[in-house]
Structure formats: structure tokens, C-alpha cells
Design a protein around this ligand. Sequence first.
Ligand SMILES: [Zn+2]
Length: 415
Amino acid sequence: MFPLSEENKHVAQLLFSSGTCPRCIFRLCGVDLHAPYRRPSKHAAWLLVKQEMGKQSLSMGRNDVVQLKEAFKWITHPLFSEELGVPIDGKSLFEVSVVFAHPETAEDCHFLGEVCPDCFKPAKNKQSVFTRMAVLKALNKIKEDNFLEQFPCPPNSPKTVCTVLGIECTHGAVFVAGRYNKYSRNLPQTPWIIDGERKMESSVEELISDHLLAVFKAESFNFSSSGREDVDVRTLGNGRPFAVELLNPHRVHFTSQEVRELQQKINKSSDKIQVRDLQLVTREAIGYMKEGEEGKTKTYSALIWTNKVIQKKDIGFLNDLKDLKIDQKTPLRVLHRRPLAVRTRAIHSMETRYLDEHHFRLYLKTQAGTYIKEFVHGDFGRTRPNIGSLMNVTADILELDVESVDVDWPPALDD
Ligand SMILES: [Zn+2]
């Protein structure tokens, strides 16, 4: 049973005589056992209250009022569970929202608007200024005497029951991660749209996420990755880690076989990208991809042109430079979206392969976040030193590939 404290018995008596419903008596007395709220017949609940008020017992439960929302859950959760044959817990990502209206009492709180106009400021996305939080704030502020003057106490017992305005079912976001290769030199990572006009047909993001969106029957998605490559840069090797957040999915359970089939479907749909290690992950796991990104290394392969004629011996010294520190002023080409700053980056090691009098291939292992193109051509002296200044030539970069992104997440899967 549910024990009421001595002081609450008096409160319960008062509420009882004012016509308060049994469930609200439980709530207002802070009864936090669920069972009494579930009494199916009103008559039985009344009896319970009556019995309890006559009994001696010890104080138990919280001293706060039980929120109506909480009591509603305690009553309805077991009913849903029984009807649907599934367990219910408050931590599920599947949420059912029910909107109730009670016109008879809807305006009861409006007098507070004159007492405390500061508490009721119009907010976007809100239909009424009388939100729960605003009403609570005003109730905290108002003086007791003032309240009693303006509102009947005890309040009148309502004559009508509330109606359901709508029911909405939503599912919390789920996350899918993997690694992608990009084999095209004219494919941006994310949709390239300037002033509402699309500049490139597709993007890595869309080639992957469109399939996920369809299979998870989700409303929308957010794509993120460990760094990004320029539109004309390929990403080879093991690929670049990425994650897709799928919002309000309508399907969330997949076997590992089904995820493998989904990966094959993505890979068959385009020769511009390939995906591996596709898997469902938790929201928390996304953090591994982002954290410590700066400390990670990346390896690149670049095709370089020089204005002066070069011999094999002119590039050999680059192989001996270890952990070369360079200062990079924010590149001109990204200055419109990144703040102006000077960042020190490390070129851990380089390897060269001579091609002809004006070309060689440069393999670099660098700190993540290094601007490679600028390290080659110097960006009008904004990156120092650079390949041009080191070799005393004018150098330019003709092709760039990411060979590996050394982030060991998500875990590699056997295929
Ligand atoms: Zn009630």
C-alpha cells in the first residue's frame, strides 16, 4: 500500500473535500509508488484514499508534488506494455508524444500574465507564451496573498474531461560509420552549392547517405568525417572514417549480413566512391573520430611540377628532412570561411621519386590539418618554408592523393 505522512493526511483530507480526483491527491501528497495510480476504477481509488487517511503510518516517498506527466507515464506504460507485448522503459529511443487539450481550464493561468509580465515573453516555435516553465516561474514569484485574491482556493473541480489533440511517434537518431575511398578528381565531399546553384552533380556525402536514408527510412541525415579532401583530391588506401547520423529512422534493426548487403549496394551504385567497414555505432563512439584529430598523421602522394630543369640529385635532400616545422598562414582559398591565423604544422617525413626534368612525385607523412597544396607552391609566401623555397624553384602541385588517414576508428571488419 502507500503510506501517507501525518501532515499529508491533513492535506489529503482538504483536497478530498474540495473534490480533487484521487490521482491528483496522490500526486500532490508526493506518493511515488506507481501502483495506486493504476487503480482502474475511480471508486476503488477513492476507497484507497479514504482508508489511508484513517490509518496511522510513516512518511515515505518524496516531498515534492509528482508531475502530472510522471503520473501519466506510470498509468499508461503498463497498459502499452500489455497491449503491444513489449517491455517499456524510459530510456527507449522510441518516443510517443500525446497532446491533450482542456479548454475549460486552459485559461486558468492567464491571470499570471498581468501579475508577472516579465515571465511571459513571446518565443519562436511556441504557440502560446503560457509555457509550463513560464507558469512555474510566475507561480514562484507571485505573493501568496496576491494569489489568493486572484484565484479560487481550493480551485473549482473541472466539469469536463480533456481531449487528445494528436499523437506523434518519433525515434531517436541512429548512427552508421565506415570508411570511404574517393576515386574521382571532380567529386566534392559535400554538395557544392553556391547561391542556390549546384556546381557539381553529386558528392561523397550524397552517394553514401542517400542509400542509408532509404534503407533506414529516415527523415534526414547529418554527415561528418575525419577531415575532408578537396574536390580534386582522391582518397586511397584504407579510406577516410565517416559517420552518418540518421534522424527519425523508421527502421533500426539490421543483421550484420544486411549491413554488408547495404555496403555492397552503395559500392555497386558508383565507381567514384567505395565504402568499407560499414557498421552501426553509438552516438558516443562518434567522439573517437573527432577527438585528437590534430595529433593524427596523414600520408599523401603529390605530383609536382618545377619551372626549372631538375636532376635526380636536386630532390634527394627532401628525403633527409625529418619533422620539418612549417608555418602556415590561413590559405587564400579558404580565407572566406576560416579565420586568419598562423598555424605551425609538422611534415614528419618525405620521399621522392624522380620522373623527368620538370616532374617528380612526393610522398609525405604529415600532421593532420596541414595544407599540402600550400606547402608545395607556398601560397605567395604564406606557407614557410615550402617546396619551392626549399628547392629554390617555382613549384606547383598537379595531382594530390590522400594515401591514408591514420584514425583507428571505426573498427575494421572482415569482409
Ligand atoms: Zn486529477
